[in-house]
Design a protein around this ligand. Structure first.
Ligand code: SAH
Length: 371
């Protein structure tokens, strides 16, 4: 318990008893002085993990095209497009998306709103988008976003939000909480002895349930706005399609898995996104959900192969090899790649149908079609 954040968390547990995983994750990721995202740029080869927009420019470009193709259908004004990104990292996705969108929506005003808590990443975003006109607007929280239709992007954002976990015991569902070992030297995950009566799901004893409370609140809020004003939310993340039983909390540092309780604030903590739960939350607010589809199917339907080949045609041999490696990583359906591990989910207005990227995936699956 040498590190300052570990000492603070231990102190909080000594005073008030074991804390929920959501509180633990929130402190680890967002503590104002020592939180993981507050103290570093975690992305890239020298960071802890690499995301799709950092792998290939094609990712952001195809999302830009998706925005252009969806905006009018979603009730937007063709001369003024509003794009919101949640957790924009280094701003790379927006730079690539806006470049592609600007070509297909020539003359349109593209207004950018970035929701970001990390001062370090905000600075990276500011540099990346310094030439964008009108200047982007930053928000600490989604509550300050302006009302009205918007295309909302969230790539590897929902996985970074705090979750709670429950375990089914003979007595009922009990919350898993972070406490201290008897000597007070380590954090240990224990069960609250009192069952939580709010959870009524049937499951075998020992089953773990992960509840993404913060993500659900965000989806509900945007769904309401989408139903009222129009627009759509596109979430791309690693996660599961069936409602989520299981413990998917994980910690990554230096591109390797580590123990989530070993070095609080020094490793990225995430949980697989429960797409079924997010889609259901959106439906309950009256919005319509599309997907989730595998990232591979989403990107291929938008033209990932064609765009990669187009760029390769005017590239040096080294650049062409890098583009092909990027294609493989984004679309590879094996466990090594992101093609099937990552999924795309869109939440839109009930009138929004047949969305690009989400329409012919059923046909692809049935026929085993491969590009
Ligand atoms: N979308 C980017 C970065 C993903 S990393 C990409 O694909 O490269 C997660 C991002 O979410 C970071 O920018 C991080 O600072 C931000 N973030 C994490 N928790 C947040 C919160 N509660 N509110 C706003 N941003 C958050």
């Amino acid at each position: 318990m040498e590190a300052p954040l570990a000492r603070l968390i231990a102190q909080e547990i000594r005073i008030g008893g074991p804390i929920g995983l959501d509180r633990y994750m929130d402190l680890c990721l967002s503590h104002p002085l020592h939180g993981y995202y507050r103290t570093r740029d975690p992305l890239g080869v020298h960071g802890d993990f690499t995301t799709s927009p950092e792998i290939s420019q094609t990712f952001g470009e195809l999302i830009g095209i998706w925005i252009g193709a969806t905006w009018r259908q979603a009730g937007g004004d063709p001369t003024a497009i509003r794009v919101v990104e949640l957790g924009p990292g280094r701003g790379t996705l927006l730079v690539d998306a806006v470049r592609a969108l600007g070509r297909i929506a020539a003359g349109a005003r593209i207004e950018l709103h970035l929701v970001e808590t990390s001062p370090i990443l905000r600075e990276r975003q500011r540099e990346a988008l310094s030439r964008h006109d009108p200047p982007p607007v930053w928000h600490e929280r989604i509550e300050t976003l302006p009302a009205g239709p918007a295309m909302i992007l969230a790539n590897e954002f929902f996985d970074a939000l705090p979750v709670r976990q429950y375990e089914r015991t003979a007595q009922g569902w009990c919350e898993r909480r972070v406490g201290l070992s008897p000597e007070g030297e380590r954090f240990v995950l224990g069960l609250d002895p009192e069952p939580d009566p709010r959870i009524s799901r049937q499951a075998e004893i020992g089953t773990v349930l992960t509840v993404p409370g913060v993500a659900l609140d965000i989806v509900r809020r945007f769904s309401r706005s989408i139903v009222e004003h129009g627009g759509a939310l596109l979430a791309i993340d690693y996660g599961h399609v069936r409602p989520g039983f299981g413990d998917t909390l994980q910690a990554v540092a230096g591109h390797l898995f580590t123990d989530p309780f070993e070095t609080p604030g020094e490793a990225d903590l995430t949980a697989h996104v429960d797409f079924a739960a997010l889609a259901e939350a959106a439906r309950l607010e009256g919005a319509r959900d599309h997907g989730p589809v595998d990232q591979r199917d989403f990107l291929l339907a938008l033209g990932l192969r064609q765009r990669t080949d187009r760029l390769k045609a005017s590239a040096t041999p080294d650049q062409a090899a890098a583009l092909e490696a990027g294609f493989a990583r984004l679309a590879d359906p094996s466990r090594r790649g992101m093609g099937a591990l990552f999924k795309a989910l869109c939440i839109g207005h009930p009138r929004l149908e047949a969305l690009p990227g989400f329409v012919d995936t059923a046909w692809r699956k049935e026929t085993g079609h491969v590009d």
